[in-house]
Every structure is written in structure tokens, then in C-alpha cells.
Design a protein around this ligand. Structure first.
Ligand SMILES: Nc1nc2c(ncn2[C@@H]2O[C@H](COP(=O)(O)OP(=O)(O)OP(=O)(O)O)[C@@H](O)[C@H]2O)c(=O)[nH]1
Length: 419
């Protein structure tokens, strides 16, 4: 199983120097572009301290019943283990294409040559959060007594049901509702995410009709079976545009316990820097982990997502090899880049750690002229972010000598082997 972790060495190091160290008087920099009263402490840190508490999947009810026991087990396992995304649906609906495009950078056209999946394909994704993606063969009946359904569904983060919108989807809907009904007894809290897929060749009107039809039929079937307001989210997707990344982002975000914290941090950053929008992206998959509280503009999102490709491509060609054991001294370790496009909009990208990068859009003239300040604020944001995740890779980073990196790689290989 390939390790989908982005390679730290593929990042471009900016020749710029680190700005004023935290704790210096210019900590007030955050306030210069903001309405925060002078002298306030950095609000990013305050947000972090007040919000950095796991707040999902808590249950105080009696764990003796089977269902409640499962909720507890899921809660515990999701925190300790890698949550699983199960990709299910009919044959040729596009499941393997989705994992190949999102997690393996396969160009969409090449999915035409993918062979049908015959056994469960398990991908282990190592990133800001480790998770697994299980691609099920379309014909598999996982409620067959020979399958251990508890084993399959117990550590599940989300069930992603892929429907080919260009085909007759009646059978797929029947299987979907049967699956949900079967799971209701043992795992009632599972997130079901329905991808109404292959919408690229459908016009707007047809997309909307098919979407409505699917939602209606699933709701009707489930309410006939006695389930009102099932926990299902629908997404219109295609591997030929950004919609599949957008949909996967939404699925992954539900699994991040720190999502509220991240969104608050980004909102503070955006407000203080005069940014129009900011996204925190997973560099390898281009899934966005969080964004500020402003509305999502697909055009801006696509621009930010494309910009990551530009930087990663340039890095592949011109980036330098970083030796694990060399101290970089004053030089910034993070990639950083900005470009101003035809309408004066600035796109600003900054690597946050080996997995995540911040991409923001700045339209405000005053803000654009104060890039040094934005750099500084992003450093504060970076510190806060790394505290939120407080992960092993940060410990590795701190160990600039010794074998920290090799140990991390060994861990990665061990994980991949066991997956
Ligand atoms: N037009 C279009 N075709 C797609 C899209 N996604 C996948 N396909 C095509 O759908 C076909 C089947 O895709 P697969 O990914 O192999 O389907 P699968 O669900 O994994 O199939 P099984 O392995 O048999 O279960 C391929 O020819 C893909 O190129 C999409 O978004 N739009």
C-alpha cells in the first residue's frame, strides 16, 4: 500500500528570513490591520487555548446497551486509530477512480483504463490526520454471513456511497437503503455521504433533477422503513473538476475533532490580515481541512487549489533536497509564494508543516501592500496550528540532529505494512 504522505523534501524553501521571533514587541503586528484594541495579546493564541478541546462524539448515556456500547467504541477507536472511509456502490460507479485521482494524483483520463476491483483495496493515508480509505468491489455483499460486518464498520469514519448519475441508479439506491437499514441496528451514528457522481456530462438542470430524485427516493424508502431524518449528506461530484476534492474535504472535515478551532483560527487570521478567504489544504491530496467562516466561492477555491499544483510542480523541478540532519539556521524552512493575477487579486501560499499549507486570497489594496505583516501573522497562525495538532512530525522537526526522521519513516513503513 503506498504511503500517501507528502514528502517534506518536495517543499521549496523560501530565501526569506524568519520575521521577528514570537514574544518580541512586534507581537502587536496582528493588530495593525485589525480592529483589535491596541495592546491586546495575540488573539490566535487565545482562541487556541479556549477552543482546543475535543468536543465530538461525546456520550454520557449508559454504555450497557449494544448501540451505546458501539458509540463508545467508535469514539475511542476514532481517537486512537485511523478512521476509515468506506467507498461503496455499484460496479463501475467510479469508486477506484475517486481514490486514484484524490489520493494518488492520477490524471482523470487515465481512470478509463482502471480494472474492476476484485478485493477490498485498503489505502492508508498519512497526513495531518491518519486515516484509511477502503475501496469495496461493486459486486461484494458485505452483509453475507462470511463477512465480519462488525470488523468492517466498527472503526468507520464515514460510509461514502458512490452513485453513477449517468446510469440507471435504481439498484444502487435499493442497496444503499438496505445498507443503511442494516447498519441502523448496530451503528446508527455512521455518517453516510452520498456522492452523486459523474455529473460532468450533465447540464445544470439535469444535475438538479437527478439530485432531487435521489434525495427524495432515499428519504421515501427510509421513512417507509421507519427512519425519519437519516444522517445522510449528498454531494454532486466528478473527477473531471474540483467537485470531488470539495466533497472529500467536507467528508474529512467531519472527522477532525479540532475543526472548530481551526475555523476560528482562520477567521481571526483573515480578519486581521484583510484576506478575502483562506484555506488550510492538505498538500498531497488538495483536500481542504478547514477554511474561515466566510462563504465558499468555488472560483476562489479552484484558484487556490490550482496554485498548490503550480508550487508543487515548480518544487519538483527546482526544489532543493533537504538533508534531515542539517540545521537550516536563519533560513525559513517553509515554502512561501505569492502571485498577483490579472484583476489585482493576490494569492498567497505558505507551507505550515510537512502536510498542510495555507492558501489565501487577498483583494484589499492596503493588505496587499503589507505583506511583511501578513507573513508575520501567518507565523503566529502556524505556531497555533502546530500546537493544535501537536504531532510527532513536529517533534521530528525539533530534532534537527539524530535519527528522529528515520524513526518517523520507520513508523510510517510499519503502519503501511500493517494496513
Ligand atoms: N464521466 C466520468 N467518468 C468517470 C468518473 N469517475 C469515474 N469514471 C469512469 O467510470 C469508469 C469506472 O470507474 P471505476 O473507478 O473503475 O469504478 P469502480 O466503482 O471502482 O468499479 P468496480 O471496481 O468494478 O467496483 C471508468 O471508466 C472511469 O473513467 C467521472 O467523474 N466522470
Amino acid at each position: 500500500m503506498p504511503d500517501s504522505t507528502p514528502n517534506e523534501e518536495s517543499c521549496v524553501g523560501s530565501p526569506a528570513h524568519k520575521t521577528t521571533p514570537p514574544g518580541s514587541p512586534s507581537h502587536r503586528a496582528l493588530e495593525i490591520l485589525s480592529t483589535t484594541p491596541p495592546g491586546s495579546p495575540p488573539s490566535l493564541r487565545l482562541s487556541l487555548l479556549s477552543l482546543n478541546k475535543p468536543d465530538t462524539l461525546k456520550s454520557t448515556s449508559n454504555p450497557t446497551s449494544k448501540v451505546e456500547g458501539n458509540v463508545f467504541a467508535m469514539d475511542k477507536k476514532l481517537r486512537q486509530n485511523k478512521p476509515r472511509l468506506l467507498l461503496m456502490g455499484q460496479r463501475r460507479s467510479g469508486k477506484s477512480s475517486i481514490t486514484s485521482v484524490v489520493f494518488h494524483k492520477m490524471p482523470p483520463q487515465e481512470t478509463l483504463f482502471l480494472e474492476s476491483t476484485t478485493r477490498i483495496q485498503k489505502d492508508s493515508v498519512r497526513s495531518f490526520m491518519d486515516f484509511q480509505v477502503w475501496d469495496f468491489p461493486g459486486q461484494l455483499d458485505y452483509f453475507d454471513p462470511t463477512f465480519d460486518t462488525t470488523e468492517i464498520f466498527s472503526e468507520i469514519g464515514a460510509l461514502v456511497w458512490v452513485i453513477d448519475a449517468q446510469d440507471d441508479y435504481s439498484d444502487s439506491l435499493n442497496r444503499l437503503t438496505t445498507t443503511i437499514i442494516n447498519l441502523q441496528n448496530t451503528f446508527p451514528h455512521i455518517n453516510v455521504e452520498v456522492f452523486v457522481h459523474k455529473i460532468d456530462s450533465l447540464n445544470e438542470e439535469l444535475r438538479s433533477d437527478i439530485y432531487q430524485d435521489i434525495v427524495q427516493r432515499v428519504n421515501d424508502d427510509l421513512s417507509d422503513a421507519g427512519y425519519i431524518n437519516p444522517n445522510i449528506t449528498y454531494h454532486l461530484t466528478s473527477i473531471y473538476d474540483h467537485s470531488i476534492f470539495e466533497a472529500f474535504s467536507k467528508v474529512i472535515q467531519k472527522l477532525i475533532p479540532q475543526l472548530n478551532t481551526l475555523e476560528n483560527l482562520l477567521t481571526v487570521l483573515v480578519n486581521n490580515c484583510g484576506m478575502a478567504k483562506a484555506y488550510l489544504f492538505d498538500i498531497l491530496s488538495k483536500i481542504y481541512v478547514a477554511s474561515d467562516s466566510g462563504p465558499i466561492d468555488m472560483e476562489v477555491y479552484e484558484m487556490c487549489s490550482d496554485y498548490i499544483d503550480v508550487i508543487v510542480d515548480i518544487t519538483d523541478i527546482y526544489g532543493y533536497e533537504r538533508s534531515h540532519n542539517v540545521v537550516l539556521g536563519e533560513q525559513m524552512q517553509e515554502a512561501e509564494s505569492s502571485v498577483t493575477v490579472h484583476d489585482g487579486t493576490m494569492i498567497y501560499l505558505k507551507e505550515m508543516n510537512r502536510y498542510l499549507c495555507l492558501v489565501s486570497v487577498i483583494k484589499n489594496d492596503e493588505a496587499r501592500d503589507k505583506k511583511g505583516l501578513i507573513d508575520y501573522n501567518c507565523h503566529i497562525f502556524q505556531d497555533a496550528l502546530n500546537e493544535v495538532f501537536a504531532r510527532n512530525w513536529e517533534k521530528d522537526k525539533a530534532v534537527t540532529n539524530g535519527n528522529g526522521e528515520q524513526q518517523a519513516d520507520a513508523d510510517a513503513n510499519a503502519d503501511a505494512a500493517s494496513a
